[in-house]
Write a protein that binds this ligand. Structure first.
Ligand code: ATP
Ligand code: MG
Length: 549
């Protein structure tokens, strides 16, 4: 999909300088999800940034599954991640990679580092290693195994690989500096023994590389030029460079090596952006699944009726910064409104129906009124909506005793039925749950002289004989606290299901078709639960930001 080039930012400036100086002829970025959950709104920022940057500078962006952890990863997640990235509008062609495809090469690099005295097999337990790593104010303690010879290390490492040891018996560590002020450089672990089945490599391996060891070298293998990641990896950058440089020195790569650049992660108010915490919501049954329309996942957003273009607008609007901050959820919702306003045809839907009878309208009569499909887009044409003596209107368009400033229906007041007639409200019959009115036959919208009726209220309606009932889900924010921590902060009113009365044209709505329900907001026909002739709708956003006011 073509995206307008977004404004400048510090990453773009680095990329452009590298192209101008000839350091790189073509830029290569990557989006490296760990397949241990569904993608969330934060990932959308990273995807748009990585694919956007490459696309706008004639480069490529790789999709790389960072599947180094054998137990947490599943094919379901791989598929969901690809679906979500495609839905956002990006393509990677043949550039779909898996860190697990590099296990052989990573192993080969590790042997090279051992031979060059840069790595050793440590036989301390995980607890001992943790306890001797030191703190921010104290040095680490050298492992008693740190001075093993290269030959001994190589032999032990090969045995680790060939399943001679149980889990935890040994690890391979980089030999860097136990006194470094940067704890990441205190002989970090490169390999662990883990007798676990891997979703792609099966039982071939019983040693698995750590993130730090695998990530930078995967970038090198793929010829990534700019490796963008979130700020928490800033302290890992010296290690990223150290690993890549040592392996390059051993003759496997030639500079320029990839450059890691950190940017601020997305934090969004009223939203949780952590796969670990989102998994909890799914597993504990607080939501209906990863694609529950309230979930901040891209699968959820899609069902909710959010649009890829809305995410594109959002990512451009929030920009790329080097310092963490919180973005108001209203900013994302505004971007969705902006795009939906442009693409969603208008329809009439009564969400909380009450019957209105027009007593002086002839029995057994109906007529068709012309209704524009989009007020700002005359070329979208008009449709004909049936009108008759009995209508459904919104319950809150009537007040027995009107509050100050209320201009809609109350006994004795005139209002216009949108695109139709002006009516006078007569009375409400509580036992019949019905409102009675009369109409002015010469007041029909669009007919000569109809505008002599000056009314302040203008309400929507559907003809009772022609409308159909459908389930509509009204979603609100999933959390009630602006900086939620977990399930204790859930908003108990995040989902409300109503049986609405909809104008006949909506009956044929296709899954994922989006509409503005006049006066209510933007809605989508649910892509899973809709049936031909029986759509179910989800509210994506209200017309205005009602929450912050
Ligand atoms: P989580 O903390 O939700 O588990 P993660 O960083 O572990 O996220 P990965 O699958 O490892 O998830 O992330 C893939 C890419 O998406 C990484 O480059 C990561 O930096 C980026 N990313 C993850 N969360 C955000 C966020 N909130 N804002 C921007 N980028 C993000
Ligand atoms: Mg992660």
């Amino acid at each position: 999909m073509d995206r307008p080039a977004s404004g400048s930012n510090f990453i773009r400036q680095i990329v452009e300088a590298d192209l101008a100086s000839g350091r790189h002829k073509r830029i290569v970025t990557r989006f490296p999800p760990e397949p241990n959950g569904y993608l969330h709104f934060g990932h959308a920022k990273s995807i748009c940034l990585n694919f956007g940057l490459a696309g706008q500078h004639g480069g490529v962006c790789h999709l790389r599954f960072d599947d180094t952890n054998p137990v947490k990863e599943e094919q379901e997640y791989v598929d969901a991640i690809k679906d979500a990235a495609k839905w956002l509008g990006f393509e990677w062609g043949e550039h779909e990679y898996y860190a697990s495809d590099y296990f052989d090469r990573l192993y080969q690099f590790a042997e090279a580092l051992i031979k060059r005295g840069h790595a050793y097999v440590d036989s301390q337990s995980a607890d001992e290693i943790r306890a001797t790593r030191g703190t921010l104010v104290s040095h680490g303690i050298l492992s008693p195994y740190r001075s093993r010879s290269a030959e001994e290390n190589l032999e032990l490492f090969r045995k680790m690989k060939s399943a001679a040891f149980p889990d935890g018996a040994h690890v391979l560590r980089a030999k860097i500096d136990m006194a470094s002020p940067n704890i990441n450089l205190r002989d970090p672990v490169m390999y662990r023994i883990r007798h676990a089945h891997h979703h792609r490599t099966g039982d071939k391996w019983c040693i698995y590389p750590t993130y730090d060891w695998a990530h930078g070298l995967s970038d090198c293998i793929e010829g990534v030029t700019h490796s963008l990641c979130t700020l928490e990896f800033e302290d890992h950058r010296p290690l990223y460079d150290w690993f890549n440089e040592r392996v390059a020195e051993a003759g496997f790569f030639t500079p320029p090596l990839p450059q890691q650049i950190e940017f601020a992660r997305l934090n969004l108010t009223y939203v949780l952006l952590s796969k670990r915490k989102l998994i909890e919501l799914v597993e504990q049954g607080h939501v209906a699944g990863w694609d529950d329309p309230r979930m901040p996942t891209l699968a959820g957003a899609r069902r909710r009726g959010y649009t890829p273009e809305g995410f594109g607008l959002f990512v451009e609007r929030i920009g790329v910064a080097k310092a963490d901050s919180w973005i108001e959820l209203g900013v994302l919702e505004d971007c969705m409104r902006e795009h939906l306003n442009d693409v969603a045809p208008r329809r009439m839907a009564v969400l909380d129906p009450v019957k209105l009878v027009i007593e002086n309208y002839p029995l057994g009569t109906e007529e068709l009124v012309e209704v524009p499909n989009h007020p700002q887009k005359p070329d979208w044409g008009k449709r004909r909506v049936p009108f008759s003596r009995e209508l459904w209107i919104e319950r809150d368009d009537y007040q027995e005793k009107p509050e100050k400033g209320y201009f809609r229906l109350f006994p004795g007041n005139d209002v216009r039925l949108r695109y139709g007639y002006v009516i006078t409200c007569k009375r409400f019959d509580g036992s019949a749950n019905t409102l009675y009115a009369t109409y002015y036959p010469d007041s029909r919208s669009g007919t000569p002289g109809a505008d002599k009726y000056k009314v302040k209220g203008n309400i929507h309606w559907v003809s009772a004989a022609h409308a159909f009932a459908a389930e509509v889900r009204l979603y609100d924010r999933l959390f009630r606290r602006p900086q939620p921590e977990g399930s204790a902060d859930l908003n108990p009113a995040s989902k409300k299901i109503v049986t609405a009365q909809l104008e006949p044209a909506l009956r044929e709505a296709k899954p994922e078709e989006r509409f503005q329900f006049e006066r209510h907001g933007y809605f989508v026909a649910d892509r899973i639960d809709s049936r031909p002739g029986a759509p179910r709708f989800n509210r994506a956003v209200t017309l205005r930001d009602s929450f912050s006011k």
